[in-house]
Design a protein around this ligand. Structure first.
Ligand code: DWN
Ligand code: ZN
Length: 421
């Protein structure tokens, strides 16, 4: 463990309480996106404690330890996917948020964690003025090259003030799969208040804790994901920091997410019925009680054991197994299930930045789809299962020639040409 870059969570970042229920603990695990160059030895590879706790007061689920964001994000390997699923989703976000905010041509849209600028490019096509803010210098450079102006910074109150002075107020501030990565929620929300137009909307997309709990999808647990939110927790959070939760929508993207719209209370935008409906569903599922999290921990133990046993039995039958998608989630699965380079031939991934490297912790080599096509395994462990439909369509030939996929959640299952949807 590298002690100077990590600190244990003490007080809840949403409500300030410190009465935590221990949920799961995975020991020391390397960072999910810290891909390595192939080497003879990986002795110095950093690993940090990984586990989840639940705040008994507001039911935020949090990782047990926070790793310095400078370590995790200044150079980043995850490039927003250009898959059909995500391309369609980004168009949906641009249309839906545009309509809900009532965006007019020339209105400013600012995105936190804007990666290489794909989402903002969709807003620009709809006529918005766009500005990205992303701490990953390598990705901000790519976004700037494609013409999406991007500041290589963390979004803080200071950054927000600078953007306000240089660009004016934003009618939409967007954070897709970045809000759950932020420790200083007070600072970021102060920045949002400083930059948001009086009738503006702050829209975020976060993994939904209900999906995590229902599917036992423990692979979404890694150091980048500091928070797993329920709607009731988000409601508490925004009220605490002078904002108002306006709308929530469950979306299938990234294995189960919430699109959350937030505004200034004084703007008088209406609150939709889905907010109360989802809070009521969370109450019905008794997500305020310790029992729900004990049940999650039990399910995680079962999936972990079954998945590991399934891969090992396929190997014992003489099959060659490889990973499909060197996702951050995949790093968690492989490390937590103890599946390494002895078990997995390689991991295929479309991201050029990842190809030729090895996965954190397990040191499984990452290969391009071209390599995978020329040297296919018998079975793929689907590590990007959130794109399962798209991948099964794309890999119809692999399935037709007898190849199989393992889908990990909610119960590990083998998919062949006969069973593929
Ligand atoms: O929150 C986060 C989410 C949104 O993105 C980040 N903390 C990190 C990242 O998580 P992830 O790596 O688990 O995300 P994805 O989008 O599920 O990653 C899929 C991986 O699989 C990418 O590396 C691309 C790859 N892929 C592939 O090789 N072939 C994906 C598809 C669809 C494919 O057909
Ligand atoms: Zn709390």
């Amino acid at each position: 463990m590298i002690t100077e870059s990590v600190r244990p969570v003490t007080n809840c970042r949403v409500c300030g309480a410190s009465d935590w229920q221990d949920v799961v603990s995975f020991g020391d695990v390397p960072l999910a996106n810290a891909f390595l160059e192939p080497a003879d030895s990986y002795e110095d590879e950093p690993a940090y404690p990984l586990g989840v706790i639940s705040c008994r007061s507001c039911r935020l689920m949090s990782v047990t330890h926070v790793v310095d964001p400078e370590v995790m994000y200044r150079t980043y390997s995850y490039v927003t996917s250009d898959s059909e699923t995500i391309t369609r989703h980004m168009e949906f976000i641009a249309t839906t948020c545009g309509e809900r905010v009532g965006l007019a041509a020339g209105d400013l849209v600012v995105e936190l964690g804007s990666n290489t600028g794909q989402q903002l490019a969709a807003f620009a096509r709809h006529g918005a003025r766009v500005l990205g803010v992303d701490p990953a210098r390598n990705l901000a450079a790519v976004a700037n090259e494609r013409g999406v102006h991007t500041l290589p910074e963390f979004f803080t109150e200071t950054t927000a003030g600078d953007v306000h002075r240089s660009h004016g107020r934003a009618r939409l501030i967007l954070g897709r799969h970045v809000f759950a990565h932020i420790d200083d929620l007070a600072g970021v929300l102060a920045g949002v208040r400083a930059l948001l137009a009086p009738d503006g909307v702050f829209a975020i997309e976060v993994p939904y804790a209900m999906d995590l709990l229902e599917k036992y999808a423990f692979d979404t647990i890694y150091h980048e994901h500091l928070s797993y939110f329920l709607v009731r927790t988000l409601d508490t959070l925004f009220a605490r920091y002078g904002l108002k939760l306006l709308d929530v929508e469950r979306l299938p993207v990234h294995g189960g997410s919430l699109l959350v719209l937030v505004g200034r209370p004084e703007a008088g935008r209406p609150v939709t019925g889905t907010v109360g409906e989802l809070i009521a569903a969370e109450e019905r599922a008794e997500l305020g009680s310790d029992a729900a999290y004990r049940e999650f921990a039990r399910g995680v133990r079962v999936v972990r054991e079954e998945l590991s046993a399934l891969v090992r039995s396929l190997l014992a039958e003489g099959n060659r197994v490889a990973g499909y998608g060197a996702s951050a989630k995949g790093t968690t699965i492989l490390n937590i299930c103890g599946l390494g380079a002895d078990e997995m031939a390689y991991c295929t991934d479309t991201t050029a930045l990842k190809q030729g490297k090895v996965l954190p912790g397990t040191h499984i080599p990452v290969r391009s789809p071209g390599h995978a096509r020329n040297d296919p395994p018998d079975v793929y462990l689907m590590l990007a299962w959130n794109y399962a439909d798209e991948i099964l369509r794309k890999e119809a030939d692999f399935l037709r020639s007898g190849g199989r996929f393992i889908l990990p959640f909610p119960k590990p299952a083998v998919i062949s040409a006969d069973t593929a949807r």
